[in-house]
Design a protein around this ligand. Structure first.
Ligand code: ADP
Ligand code: MG
Length: 451
């Protein structure tokens, strides 16, 4: 039996998070959840798909804990039930059935699809900073046009955005053979447009983009900035596709609101899911190095991999460059890879080492100063909203700045586990995309750390 009190609690939870999320995010993710049942042991929530569960737990675990019952160990007792899909088979969006049935799989010759064969989901190493984006990408690729449209991914250079975009392309090609895909950089789109204008074949291009494709993957949308005429054409294409429920994925180096584009364009890009791709933290960088080394038949010991990952940390492409260089060197000289060899061969690449090693202790001091909390409280169990945020910031900075395994870091925060740390990183990463105050507070902590 559903207790009125429980209904109230859920309504209060929704009310609380509504004030803290954008209308689009609330409409897409939270409003579709319904409360099915409440027993003394658990709360049962019905969700439209499994991503909603992930989103809810990644973004609102603290709030859920505050509103819903928890078990003896403090864990949430929520059971999720995915709503039954009654009409269409799950992997065939109704909106795309028509085009699948009627269209041959060939694309026009002048709009060839270019995907990098190395960029697949299987080769994309995930860690706390890119896990959410990767699962959103898999979700889109599994059910194009059905979940979040558009999917907008932003992040710094060399973080794996293009890799993920092409992975979506490959997945769709193999899982939905009849769907027609176009994957294009914004620059190539503009060049195409110019060529077609010159050749008076613009109608053909418009037809191709607006009605002959089912999935549009667009890389580096930042190149659309300050290209007024092209922006309008792109926006029209975008709207035409979205109106037909065709999937769009957009990659950018900044979030939509920071792009110098028209309000109309920015609003369109914020319609679906905007996800930030963070730079991989130390352990993920080590896993990436090991993966790339293995692909090249190169043996890399763990200490050497850690050494490289500690010294190259702001671009995955450079990690790849390091492996290529080491591989060429070892093949020529048939030498084993040691830390000394790495220091010699990768000399210029390793210049990025931070001058000063930062410790968790220093981070705790700086966070305590900026957030005006007691240092001991940051390591303690108390969970006021303000304290939880400060603690999560300290954990996030520890993961980013202290080059030690997660397990060791977790130990420095009292009796915390490594998954608490991962959750903190994810939660701060996500808040950072929309919360200017938090960005400034974290910058202040970082300044405090280096003075
Ligand atoms: P971006 O588009 O964000 O600038 P790319 O997708 O071009 O970055 O990635 C740069 C290189 O790093 C690529 O070769 C890509 O395969 C590799 N890379 C980035 N992130 C990962 C990851 N998580 N796992 C494996 N390889 C990665
Ligand atoms: Mg790229």
């Amino acid at each position: 039996m559903m207790a009125c009190e429980a209904l109230d609690i859920w309504a209060q939870f929704l009310e609380h998070v509504k004030n803290r999320s954008s209308a689009a995010a609330f409409g897409n993710w939270l409003a579709p959840i319904s409360l099915l049942e409440v027993t003394s042991e658990e709360v049962v929530l019905e969700i439209p798909n499994i991503f909603v569960k992930e989103y809810l737990l990644s973004n609102y675990k603290e709030e859920l804990r505050a509103f819903l019952p928890v078990d003896a160990s403090g864990e949430l007792s929520i059971r999720f039930v995915v709503a039954a899909q009654s009409k269409a088979p799950v992997d065939t969006p109704p909106s795309l059935l028509l085009s699948e049935a009627s269209a041959p799989p060939s694309g026009p010759v002048n709009f060839k699809l270019h995907l990098n064969p190395n960029y697949r989901f299987e080769n994309f190493i995930e860690g706390p900073n890119n896990q959410f984006v990767k699962s959103a990408a898999i979700g889109i690729a599994t059910r194009p046009g059905q979940s979040y449209n558009p999917l907008f991914i932003h992040g710094d250079v060399g973080g794996g955005k293009t890799h993920l975009l092409h992975s979506i392309g490959y997945f769709i090609i193999s899982a939905h053979k009849r769907l027609r895909i176009q994957c294009i950089t914004t620059e190539a789109f503009i060049n195409n447009l110019v060529d077609n204008l010159r050749n008076k074949s613009i109608d053909q291009m418009k037809r191709f983009y607006r009605s002959d494709i089912d999935v549009l993957l667009v890389d580096d949308i930042q190149f659309l900035q300050n290209r007024l005429n092209f922006e309008e054409e792109f926006c029209n294409t975008f709207e035409a596709l979205i109106n037909q429920n065709k999937q769009i994925v957009i990659i950018s180096d900044k979030p939509p609101a920071q792009l110098k584009l028209s309000e109309r364009m920015i609003a369109r890009m914020e319609w679906g899911l905007v996800a930030h791709m963070g730079m991989p933290e130390l352990e993920t960088r080590v896993a990436i190095l090991q993966h790339k080394a293995q692909q090249k038949g190169l043996k890399l010991s763990d200490p050497v991999a850690f050494f490289i990952a500690e010294h190259i940390f702001n671009n995955v492409r450079q990690l790849e460059g390091a492996i290529n260089r080491l591989s060429a060197h070892c093949r020529l000289l048939n030498m084993e890879i040691t830390e000394e060899l790495v220091q010699t061969v990768l000399k210029e690449m390793l210049q990025l080492v931070p001058k000063q090693r930062i410790s968790v202790d220093q981070i705790l001091n700086s966070v305590a100063a900026v957030f005006q909390e007691r240092r001991t409280e940051l390591k303690g169990p108390r969970r006021t909203k303000k304290l939880v945020l400060a603690r999560q910031v300290a954990m996030y900075l520890a993961c980013k700045l202290v080059h030690e395994p997660l397990q060791t870091l977790a130990g420095s925060f009292g009796k915390k586990t490594h998954s608490t740390l991962l959750h903190a990183c994810k939660s701060i990463e996500e808040k950072l995309t929309a919360d200017e105050t938090l960005r400034r507070q974290i910058a202040m902590v970082q300044r405090h750390l280096t003075t």
